[in-house]
Ligand binder design. Structure first.
Ligand SMILES: Cc1cc2nc3c(=O)[nH]c(=O)nc-3n(C[C@H](O)[C@H](O)[C@H](O)COP(=O)(O)OP(=O)(O)OC[C@H]3O[C@@H](n4cnc5c(N)ncnc54)[C@H](O)[C@@H]3O)c2cc1C
Length: 470
């Protein structure tokens, strides 16, 4: 078994910031990420053939430090015991024991089903970002960006940078009206506010329509996307289908916010709570960002959706908390005070943003009986309703009856929707539902990599029918 002072899962902004802080203070670090390149979702920079920025060298410098062991292409697939992680990589697979563990696992897109959402040409906002920034692929030529949340603006600007024509950005929240009333809270982070305004101005300067209080209702096309229907949301939160309009497009980028990747914190046995403003299920954390398992910290989007700046600050703060526990010093305490002030400002900004973009609860209305809710196993709303009519009204029963969430995505794309459907039908809160139990591996892992781990043979009980050897 390997050992280190700190084991970090995720080499995105939060994980890299944690790693930098740890090596700067003399700790040994193992940093694992399932991608072949470090940087996570945010620091996939635009390739040179589009317009692009530089990666922040200071953040990546920790990777060259002799006290840091970086494992790319490495899936951390379980948290079997306190202080222990199980990992599987191309070079080496096994277990790591660490005094402190920082989980910086990031988030996943939260796709919502609507008629036509599985057509080729319909992709998520995060997927669009990854295609452009990670693979230099423009997802379409005439693109509609629709859904809810600040990632829509980011996705639209990245598409423009990549040379696509953005037909419209369709935001479900009455964003503009709410933004004015919360301007004071948004000024907790003037630089982020200025960035958001610059994106908005960029759309205006390029002639992109920014429609608020409207929702997409259907994606049309025979074998691939050809058009998108959108409709206003009325003042009671209902969809005004009579006023629907259709935009022709060969690509629809849909963003409906992100959900924290909580597989590992769940496997580790941390307590979680449900907060829609933080992205759904999130691990409970102390002011030190420690989960309910001592020595296990959760940071960045994997703990609560907050964006890159919060992820960077939380990564550093978690390591400082672990360091202060080992050797409290005035210098560390001063540094932590500074970071705490920054976290406080960023958290206020996050809260204001979450309120501004709080989505109207219209999306369940969009799912028709024939719409697949689980695309991996092709389970439609009609099948879920039939299952409920037979008495299987809980999430666990619906999962085991229909196979929803048992495909490759393991529920990352459909379980939250099932929870909303079940809660709405039973008239209870999502937080009060029993979720299906989680089992390892936390995400898909290559069998060959798993087999690289040398596992001692299990101690079997002695067979009374065999002749005694001693
Ligand atoms: C698909 C997608 C695209 C996004 N694109 C943008 C964007 O372009 N601009 C923007 O402002 N925001 C973007 N975001 C939001 C972005 O996630 C955050 O603002 C920021 O990157 C959060 O940093 P983080 O370190 O918390 O997580 P991330 O940057 O997501 O990093 C987490 C890392 O941990 C790895 N990981 C997770 N679980 C495991 C495991 N079990 N084993 C090994 N490795 C693991 C992930 O693969 C990832 O590399 C995107 C989000 C998503 C989901």
């Amino acid at each position: 078994m390997k050992s280190a002072d700190i084991a970090i899962v995720g080499a995105g902004p939060a994980g890299l910031a944690a790693a930098g802080e740890a090596v700067d203070h003399g700790l040994s670090v193992v940093l694992m990420d399932d991608n072949s390149q470090p940087g996570g979702q945010y620091f996939r920079q635009l390739p040179r053939q589009f317009s692009g920025g530089d990666r922040p060298e200071l953040l990546f410098k920790a990777l060259d430090h002799p006290r840091l062991h970086y494992l790319p292409d490495c899936v951390v697939w379980n948290a079997p015991d306190p202080g222990v992680l199980a990992y599987a990589a191309r070079e080496d697979s096994g277990r790591i024991r660490a005094d402190a563990i920082v989980i910086a696992a990031g988030a996943t897109d939260r796709p919502l089903p609507f008629p036509g959402w599985t057509l080729p040409g319909v992709i998520t906002a995060g997927g669009s970002q990854n295609m452009i920034k990670g693979q230099a692929v423009r997802p379409g030529e005439r693109v509609v960006v629709a859904g809810n949340g600040p990632l829509l603006l980011v996705a639209a600007v990245t598409l423009l940078d990549a040379g696509a024509t953005v037909r419209a950005v369709v935001e479900a929240a009455p964003f503009q009206r709410r933004a004015w009333s919360r301007l004071a809270s948004l000024s907790w982070s003037p630089s982020l506010l200025a960035q958001a305004l610059s994106w908005r101005l960029r759309l205006a300067a390029t002639g992109v329509s920014f429609l608020t209080g409207q929702t997409l209702i259907e994606a049309h096309g025979a074998t691939a996307l050809e058009a998108v229907s959108i409709a206003p949301i009325d003042r009671h939160g209902g969809v005004d289908r009579a006023s629907a309009t259709t935009l022709d497009a060969d690509c629809l980028v849909v963003g409906n916010g992100l959900a924290p990747a909580v597989e590992l914190t769940r496997l580790a046995g941390c307590a979680h709570h449900h907060d829609p403003l933080l992205g759904g299920w999130t691990p409970r954390r102390s002011a030190d960002l420690e989960t309910t398992i001592p020595g296990l910290y959760a940071v960045g989007d994997g703990a609560a959706i907050g964006g890159v700046h919060l992820a960077l600050a939380e990564g550093r703060a978690a390591v400082l908390a672990a360091l202060l526990r080992r050797s409290p010093s005035a210098f560390l305490r001063r540094r932590r005070r500074g970071l705490t002030r920054r976290l406080d400002r960023l958290n206020r900004f996050r809260a204001a943003l979450a309120e501004i973009f709080a989505p109207p609860e219209t999306f369940l209305e969009l799912i028709t009986p024939g719409t697949p809710v689980c695309r991996c196993e092709n389970v439609t709303l009609a099948e879920l309703d039939a299952c409920a009519a037979d008495g299987a009204t809980g999430m666990v029963q619906q999962k085991s009856t229909t196979r929803l969430s048992m495909g490759r995505c393991q529920g990352r794309f459909c379980l939250a929707t099932l929870a909303d459907l079940v809660a709405a039908r039973r008239g209870i809160e999502v937080a009060d539902l029993d979720w299906p139990r989680i089992r390892p591996p936390s995400r898909p892992v290559r069998l060959g990599d798993l087999l690289r781990e040398t596992v001692p043979p299990p101690a079997l009980p002695e067979d009374p029918h065999l002749p005694r050897t001693s």
